[in-house]
Design a protein around this ligand. Structure first.
Ligand SMILES: [Zn+2]
Ligand SMILES: [Zn+2]
Length: 329
């Protein structure tokens, strides 16, 4: 049903690609992160929650068709439908089948925990499951989101007590909105960097329920931000922009923060382990739930994870793609 080419994952029967990394005619996009939604394709298909973000990142002029979760689309006789991947708003697993034959699912990036913002991951029965394994090693084990939220609140309150601004660095699309959504009920003293603000605006236009927060603008009265939380992308860390806000505490929110030394190398005060990808257990649960007899791994710890699956009696192989792991940390 699918072939793995140097342009991307290809369906010859339907003559379309999924998350192609070189320009193609027809491309289905699992989600709007830049390693999956690339420029230069003639026609795009994606979930409607990705519309504004894709236009923001790839230009207003792209030819983009959008669809809802669960709706079946016929492309040259192949049935295609998008289903929630729970990774970021609008993220989808692509289900492909032809005349009630074999079912293939391309999961893109996914996580199994309900984050309160995205439509939760939906296990799809299939014959072949194409999976990422960004965190496909036993050392990666995520705490429930609520525990991490409480850790963040504690750190923030401590900074407030010291009259500091709290900078929380998180990927601008997905992670940032997830954190805003989870923290907002506790305090509305949340501001965002322009890159996060633009993503928020695009998602709100696409009717994703992100709380409306203001852009943090340095140069105004420094005291205005005392005690507040500012969510910014990793690139803003230790920038001149950041230093204009006065005394601050800094923290990084990423799955990589579970690795010893990762926080220190980035010179942040704190690291909060929170990821938009499945952990070791989440990957296994997701794969078992599909009942797939074949798994193809695309990115992450593919060698380790593929070997583990084969040992479990699930035929597995790794392929080369241009997909990247979490956040580029
Ligand atoms: Zn992603
Ligand atoms: Zn990715």
């Amino acid at each position: 049903m699918l072939q793995f080419t140097d342009r991307g994952i290809y369906c010859p029967d339907g003559d379309f690609y999924i998350d192609a990394w070189k320009p193609v005619n027809r491309n289905i996009v699992t989600h709007a992160h830049s390693d999956h939604a690339r420029p230069g394709h003639r026609f795009y298909l994606a979930h409607h929650h990705s519309e504004q973000i894709m236009q923001l990142r790839l230009g207003k002029s792209i030819s983009l068709q959008t669809t809802s979760y669960g709706r079946s689309i016929n492309i040259n006789g192949v049935q295609v439908s998008l289903h929630p991947a729970g990774h970021i708003p609008g993220s989808a697993q692509i289900r492909i089948t032809r005349k009630a034959g074999e079912v293939w699912v391309v999961s893109g990036d996914y996580k199994t925990e309900d984050d309160g913002l995205c439509t939760p991951f939906e296990p799809l029965p299939c014959d072949t499951f194409i999976s990422e394994c960004t965190f496909g090693m036993p050392v990666y084990h995520w705490k429930p989101q609520q525990e991490v939220v409480e850790e963040i609140l504690k750190w923030w309150q401590q900074n407030q007590g010291e009259g500091k601004v709290s900078f929380l660095f998180a990927y601008a699309l997905g992670k940032a909105q997830r954190l805003i959504n989870a923290l907002y009920p506790y305090s509305q003293q949340i501001f965002v960097h322009g890159a996060v603000y633009n993503c928020n605006e695009a998602l709100i236009k696409d009717r994703v329920e992100v709380p409306e927060v203001s852009r943090a603008e340095p140069g105004k009265d420094k005291n205005q931000y005392k005690g507040s939380l500012i969510i910014a992308p990793p690139s803003a860390m230790n920038s001149t922009w950041m230093r204009k806000f006065g005394e601050s505490g800094t923290a990084i929110a990423s799955g990589w923060m579970s690795l010893r030394g990762a926080r220190r190398r980035r010179a942040a005060d704190r690291g909060f382990v929170i990821s938009d990808h499945a952990d070791w257990k989440g990957l296994q649960e997701a794969i078992h739930a599909t009942g797939a007899s074949q798994v193809v791994t695309t990115h992450g710890y593919t060698a380790v994870f593929t070997r583990w699956l084969n040992e479990q009696g699930i035929y597995s192989r790794e392929i080369q793609t241009s997909f990247e792991g979490e956040d580029g940390w």
